[in-house]
Design a binder for this molecule. Structure first.
Ligand SMILES: NC(=O)c1ccc[n+]([C@@H]2O[C@H](COP(=O)([O-])OP(=O)(O)OC[C@H]3O[C@@H](n4cnc5c(N)ncnc54)[C@H](OP(=O)(O)O)[C@@H]3O)[C@@H](O)[C@H]2O)c1
Length: 290
């Protein structure tokens, strides 16, 4: 719609890569809605970004699928057009932990939440696309996806033999499978529809591994030597959300700002489809949707 700012919904926007992606989109004249789980952090970030553009906030703990669904439904009720959904929130859990809904936390936050949020707000994305501004979904994955071993379909949540790095890698592989399979399923809508892509932001100096004991310390020490800044890490997300050169590009994986073939099992179409269906069932089971 002419004269109206484009609008992005960004998860994990209270710090790190998500916050810097919000800042960059505001500089491009977008309106942003920041999602966070802590009201004080949201207030602080909204204050930090004051004067740079229109900033709204939404509260949700995205490891809880019912809260993710409620967030999506609130957005639907507001009815405001959405031109980009950036699924960025993510974490690494050591040792294994379950959410209050009985889902393994890595799988819930890193995979099932972006899966379900995207599908819940799809009508808003579709409405923008119908008005000639094709909406874009960005899923923040990781290069770590290539380390993931083939997951057993009857134990996607690692009830057996949990290893934090494998659980993280599996969730980031699932991000890529989701993107590829969702793009394939949306393809029937023809050109001009919603696009969806995954991005590895780079090795970024954020607080990502804090609070994870020895493993966090080990990775932080190792990675801090090569890490880029959060603003640099945000560039890939921002490009996927806004670069006109990427109009119509969908189902792809980018490393920072460059399209790459996914590694490991990333191109396995059968697993992508099977995990998509399993995720839809798990989401429905927890949110009690039909
Ligand atoms: N840093 C890297 O080198 C790197 C590399 C590859 C991929 N990634 C991916 O990049 C994304 C962003 O990571 P980052 O490095 O910016 O990490 P970060 O600084 O730890 O930021 C993560 C963001 O996610 C939010 N979040 C975590 N758990 C949440 C929950 N249950 N509900 C709602 N929000 C939640 C955090 O909120 P709080 O402020 O409340 O904690 C924070 O805003 C993640 O998906 C990560 O896997 C990072």
């Amino acid at each position: 719609m002419a004269g109206q700012a484009r609008h992005a919904l960004i998860t994990g926007a209270t710090q790190g890569i998500g916050l810097e992606a919000a800042r960059a989109l505001l500089q491009q004249g977008w309106k942003v809605t920041l999602v966070g789980r802590d009201p004080k952090a949201l207030e602080r970030v909204q204050g930090d970004l004051a004067g740079t553009g229109e900033v709204a906030t939404q509260l949700a703990d995205l490891s809880l699928l019912r809260q993710t669904q409620a967030l999506g439904r609130r957005m639907l009720e507001k009815g405001e057009r959405l031109h980009a959904l950036i699924n960025n929130a993510g974490a690494y859990f050591h040792p294994r932990q379950m959410t209050g809904e009985g889902v393994e936390s890595t799988w819930a936050l890193n995979h099932l939440s972006p899966f379900g949020l995207t599908r819940t707000v799809e009508p808003l994305l579709r409405a923008s696309s119908a008005e000639g501004q094709p909406a874009r979904v960005v899923v923040v994955s990781s290069n770590a996806h290539s380390m993931a071993k083939k997951p057993p379909l009857d134990d996607l949540e690692f009830a057996e033999g949990y290893r934090a790095m494998q659980a993280y890698a599996r969730s980031k592989l699932a991000n890529i499978w989701f993107v590829r399979e969702q793009a394939r399923r949306w393809a029937e809508n023809g050109p001009g529809g919603i696009t969806i892509n995954a991005v590895h932001p780079g090795v970024v100096g954020t607080r990502f591994f804090r609070g994870n004991g020895f493993f966090g310390w080990f990775w932080r020490t190792l990675l801090d030597r090569v890490a880029i800044t959060p603003a640099e890490g945000a560039r890939g997300l921002v490009r996927l959300a806004s670069d006109p050169a990427l109009t119509g590009v969908t189902g792809k994986y980018f490393s920072r700002e460059t399209e790459k073939q996914p590694g490991g099992l990333g191109l396995d179409e059968t697993l992508a489809s099977q995990v998509f269906d399993a995720s839809a069932r798990r989401w429905a089971e927890i949110t009690r949707e039909g």
